[in-house]
Every structure is written in structure tokens, then in C-alpha cells.
Design a protein around this ligand. Structure first.
Ligand code: FES
Ligand code: MG
Length: 594
């Protein structure tokens, strides 16, 4: 590219601005501190940020500290200058009350960092569940050239010759513990076996899902999402990612060129085929809103529900992250979907080529792990979007409904997709844990379990608690799952057929706030509805009584951020973003320099 054709670098406003020489001198002398020379800073080389999510508090992403060295080498090799900086840590399982609270905080911090400092492009180091959407959301808002690098999954876990997968083994271990098949030490040992190396969860949980979708959106180098963290290919990929971002700056290839409606529809289709997490609709809605793409929740059913499950990873299947990579990863899945016309092939990706061109020739290397389109593991693997008098919108992954579950709840020949039963209502996860094994609750195999007070306001950030195990006495009788419905989220590592992300939540006075234990509820998957069988007048009376008492009660905030987020956060069906933040779009272009 000739010098004239190159876009003017925004970092020049800091380091090479003759109109403001005193400020330029101030910026320059500080950035010399860690060893860059005046010549380098004034050379006109693109300055690339490395948004570092790895730290001791974020062990899932910690390997990015090592990978950043290779990213830097790639950046330098391509003629750029690398400046690495920390992102607010988010660790899915360790953060209290929930890591969901931190996605929007990391987003805010990163927007300020990449907008307010002398950067021309940024490498987004993704991995653990919320880190990936937080970084993509911020890149969308600022709209500087950006490329994501996944840290990659852990190696496969093994225990007594069998694969043990992150998170999924916890759900299984809990059942074994409840049945007395394991003691506490045995339980811990079993769970620890699932985490044999650096990297993120090796199951198709939210981490593998969101990194696969970052690639399907076109924001990551093709074939890179699935590379396990410790593999040498991962280091090589870090180097190529560093090289590529410099070229992206020269080409002025921005998130808004890549994150189009076509890209989001590709991600929805891929999510069904990989058996992706029920957290994906929340995060994709958030990214879409920050880039200004209209992506209603109903698109998930319209575009994604009929797509079959091709990837045989736990929790829906048998295998784990290493197997997914060896079988061909995202490109092999995309190629299968392309063969059916399900992929919008012209969607542009970070390497400057289209999704179609990147994936057309990708082949499946192991058909046990990635199935050909005509031999799927399951049909209709996407989500149903449900509504009714208890909520306006919720999602359900129907493909995880087991035959036993279907028979128990959905076998009425007159109405094979509907079920009616009494409700038991829990107010938040603590209430559930205290009471679940109390026989006085009278939970039977016909009960529907409700979890409320677990949405973005009620349990700040929305807790992953809707998939509730039945009481131990029912598990002993062979009832391993009851229908679960709630305004919280569910871990992507859980295979429960729950109805999730119900919006508006109880704390926002959605219909769930009015439900009482003992009410009869009808769930009708055929009609896409969940309703409490109570006349409208009585619901209105209950609502008036609750409003008179000050609304649905939820615990006080414990930190300033909890209070701030609660005052501005939206509901899960529209991405649970900070309402108002979406009006700041493409600020690198629309707001000029800070
Ligand atoms: Fe971090 Fe699963 S807990 S990736
Ligand atoms: Mg999670």
C-alpha cells in the first residue's frame, strides 16, 4: 500500500502533532519510559493495543500472558508497535456474586482504554465465558480495527479411562454425591481431573461457545478458536494474529465491516450446530446492540431452531476440546452448513476474506466428533423462544430434552408438546439450597421448579442457577431432572432442558414476581408458551398488592458497582447491556479524538 493510500493513524495525534507540541512532548516522554525510543514513537508505525485478560485472578485466560509475547513479535514483524494493558478480570466460577456482573464493567473499562489512549488497533485476548463478549462489545463501541485471539481450551480431562469435562463433571459428581456413590474427597478428585492444563473449559460451555462464535462472526482468524491452549499451534496463531492486526489497521478493516447482520446470523446457525450455550443469545444481543445491528431474540428461533447438532462435545455429547480441534473445529462445521445454504458466505472476516472463502474447502477429520450434516446427533438443535403471562421472552434448548423427560411430561397423546403441573417457587439460589431437600415441600416428579430473583437486577448480573437438581429423594427414585424455569441463566456446561433468561425478571416486576407455590402452570412447547393458570383479574390483584408493598424484594447491593449496574442494566432478552451505552457507537469515527 502506498503511503498516501494508508489511513491517517489516530496515534499520530498523540506523538506527532506539530499543532500541539507541548502535549506531544508530554505524551512522548512518558511512553519512552519502558524503553521505546523517540524514533519508534515518531516513526508513524501503527500502535497496537493488546487487551490482556490473563492474570492470576483469571486462570482460564492466564496463558495469554505467555501468548502476548508471540502477539508482540507478530506485531513488530509486521511493522507495528505493541502496547499491552490489563482488562478488568472476569473469572466465571470464582467471582462473587456472579461473573455476569463484571461483563459490563470490563466492557466500560475497555471502551475507555481503547478510545482514550494512543491506539490504532487492538488485539482482544478472549477466553473465559464473559471475557469474549465483554471485549467484542467494547471493540464494537469504539470501532477501531480489532482482532480476537482465543486462549484456547484446556487439554481433555481424564478419570479412570473416561473423558471428564469442565463443569459437566460437576453436575454428574453432584448426583453421585447425592446418591452416596462418592464421598467429598472423591468428588473433588473427580472434578479436578477435568482441568489438566492451562486454558478454558474443555466442554461446549460458554467459553468454547463464545470463542467459536467469535470465529463464526469473523472476528478471529479462521480455524483458530478451537486450538487447545498448550498446543504449539496456539503460539503460532498468536504470532499470526499480531501480524494480521497491523495489516487490518493499514486496510482500515473495522468491526463495523465485519459485525453485520449476516455475521450474526452465521453465528446463530453455528451455535445450533455446535450445541452452544444458552448464554450466547444474551451476549450476541449485547454485541449486536453495541455495533447497531437489529437482532431480535426471535431470530434465534427463526434462523437457528431447525439447524441440527453436528458437534459431539459434552454436555450434549461425548467428546472434549482437543477432539473438537482435531476434527476440524469451526471451519469444518461451517463447511457442512454451507453445503446446505445455511451460511451467508459473503460475510467478511478479519483476514480480509469472506467466511465462504475461508471455510469452503474445510473437511471433517473425525466424523465421531463432528458429524456430516446428513448424520446429525440431533435435529432441531437451536433454541425455542417462549412467552406467556409469566414473562415476555425466554429461551429453551429443546434438543437436550431426554426421552425419559419427554415421556414423563410431554406424552399426552392429545397434546404431546404440553404439560401442566404445580409450581414450586424459589426466591434466589440461597432459598433453593436451603429448602430443596425438605420433604415438606412435597416436590414430586410432576412438579415444575421456578427460580426467580436471579436476573440482572435481582441477583446483580444474573446468576447461572436456573438448572436446579431435584431433591435427593427423587434422584434416588430415578428422577434426574424436573422442568426448571427462571429469570436467571444456566451454565453452558449443563445439559438441563430449562426455560431460561425469562425477561422481564421478577425484580423488574415481570410475571414471575406474581407466581406462588402451588399455582398450576402450563408449559406448551408446541405453542411456545408458559402460562400460570390464573385469571387475569387475580394476577392484576396480586400485582397491585406487591406494588403496594414496594415491589418484588431483592437483596441490597454490596458494592458500588452492583448499585450502578442495577440502576441502568437492561433485561437478558436484549443483552443485559447498560441501557444508554448503545447510543455511543463507532466512537473512534463519530466522536473524533478524545
Ligand atoms: Fe473460565 Fe470455564 S470457568 S472458561
Ligand atoms: Mg458460565
Amino acid at each position: 500500500m502506498t503511503d498516501q493510500a494508508k489511513p491517517k493513524l489516530r496515534s499520530r495525534a498523540w506523538f506527532d502533532n506539530p499543532d500541539n507540541i507541548d502535549m506531544t512532548s508530554l505524551y512522548l516522554e512518558r511512553y519512552l519510559n519502558f524503553g521505546l525510543s523517540l524514533e519508534e514513537l515518531r516513526s508513524g508505525k501503527p500502535i497496537i493495543g493488546i487487551a490482556q485478560t490473563g492474570s492470576d485472578l483469571s486462570p482460564c485466560n492466564r496463558h495469554h500472558i505467555v501468548l502476548a509475547e508471540r502477539i508482540r513479535e507478530g506485531i513488530r514483524e509486521a511493522g507495528g508497535i505493541a502496547l499491552e494493558f490489563p482488562v478488568h478480570p472476569i473469572q466465571e466460577t470464582g467471582k462473587r456474586p456472579t461473573a455476569g456482573l463484571d461483563r459490563n464493567l470490563a466492557y466500560l473499562g475497555l471502551v475507555e482504554a481503547i478510545y482514550g489512549y494512543p491506539l490504532d488497533g487492538v488485539v482482544l485476548t478472549t477466553g473465559c465465558d464473559k471475557t469474549t463478549p465483554a471485549l467484542l462489545m467494547a471493540a464494537a463501541t469504539v470501532n477501531l480495527p480489532a482482532i480476537a485471539l482465543s486462549v484456547g481450551p484446556m487439554l481433555n480431562g481424564w478419570h479412570k479411562g473416561e473423558r471428564t469435562g469442565s463443569g459437566t463433571i460437576v453436575w454428574k459428581g453432584r448426583e453421585m454425591l447425592a446418591k452416596g456413590e462418592l464421598d467429598n474427597d472423591g468428588f473433588i478428585k473427580l472434578v479436578a481431573s477435568s482441568a489438566p492444563s492451562t486454558g478454558y473449559c474443555n466442554t461446549m460451555g460458554t467459553a468454547t461457545t463464545m470463542n467459536s462464535l467469535a470465529e463464526a462472526l469473523g472476528m478471529m482468524l479462521p480455524g483458530s478458536a478451537a486450538i487447545p491452549a498448550p498446543y504449539r499451534d496456539r503460539q503460532e496463531c498468536a504470532y499470526h494474529t499480531g501480524k494480521r492486526i497491523v495489516a487490518m489497521v493499514e486496510e482500515d478493516l473495522k468491526p463495523s465491516d465485519i459485525l453485520t447482520l449476516d455475521a450474526f446470523h452465521n453465528a446463530i446457525v453455528v451455535n445450533s450446530a455446535i450445541g452452544g450455550s444458552t448464554n450466547a443469545p444474551i451476549h450476541l444481543a449485547a454485541i449486536a446492540r453495541h455495533i447497531g445491528v437489529d437482532l431480535p431474540l426471535t431470530d434465534w428461533e427463526r434462523v437457528g431452531h431447525k439447524v441440527p447438532l453436528l458437534v459431539n462435545l459434552q454436555p450434549a455429547g461425548e467428546y472434549l476440546g482437543e477432539d473438537y480441534y482435531h476434527a476440524g473445529g469451526v471451519p469444518a462445521v461451517v463447511a457442512q452448513l454451507m453445503g446446505q445454504g445455511l451460511i451467508r458466505e459473503n460475510a467478511l472476516t478479519v483476514n480480509g476474506r469472506t467466511m465462504g472463502d475461508n471455510c469452503r474447502d474445510a473437511t471433517i477429520e473425525d466424523e465421531k466428533v463432528i458429524r456430516p450434516f446428513d448424520q446429525p446427533l440431533k435435529t432441531d438443535a437451536g433454541f425455542l423462544v417462549l412467552s406467556g403471562n409469566l414473562f415476555d421472552a425466554a429461551v429453551m434448548k429443546t434438543s437436550v430434552i431426554s426421552a425419559e423427560f419427554r415421556q414423563r411430561y410431554l406424552s399426552n397423546p392429545a397434546d404431546p408438546e404440553a404439560f401442566e403441573g404445580p409450581a414450586i417457587v424459589f426466591d434466589g439460589p440461597e432459598d433453593y439450597h436451603h429448602r430443596i431437600d425438605d420433604p415438606a415441600l412435597g416436590i414430586t416428579s410432576q412438579t415444575l421448579m421456578f427460580m426467580r430473583g436471579a436476573g440482572p437486577i435481582g441477583y446483580p448480573g444474573a446468576a447461572e442457577v436456573v438448572n436446579m437438581r431435584p431433591p435427593a429423594y427423587l434422584i434416588t427414585e430415578g428422577v434426574s431432572a424436573l422442568p426448571c424455569i427462571g429469570d436467571g441463566r444456566q451454565s453452558g456446561t449443563s445439559g438441563s432442558p430449562s426455560i431460561l433468561n425469562a425477561s422481564p425478571e421478577a425484580a423488574a416486576m415481570g410475571g414471575l414476581a406474581l407466581l406462588r407455590t402451588g399455582d398450576r402452570v402450563r408449559m406448551d412447547l408446541g405453542k411456545g408458551r408458559v402460562d400460570v393458570l390464573i385469571p387475569d383479574e387475580e394476577l392484576a390483584e396480586r400485582r397491585a398488592a406487591l406494588v403496594a408493598k414496594g415491589g418484588y424484594p431483592y437483596p441490597a447491593s454490596q458494592t458500588p458497582w452492583q448499585e450502578i449496574q442495577r440502576s441502568v442494566v437492561g433485561q437478558l432478552d436484549t443483552g443485559a447491556i447498560l441501557e444508554g451505552a448503545e447510543k455511543y457507537q463507532r466512537i473512534a469515527q463519530t466522536q473524533g479524538l478524545p
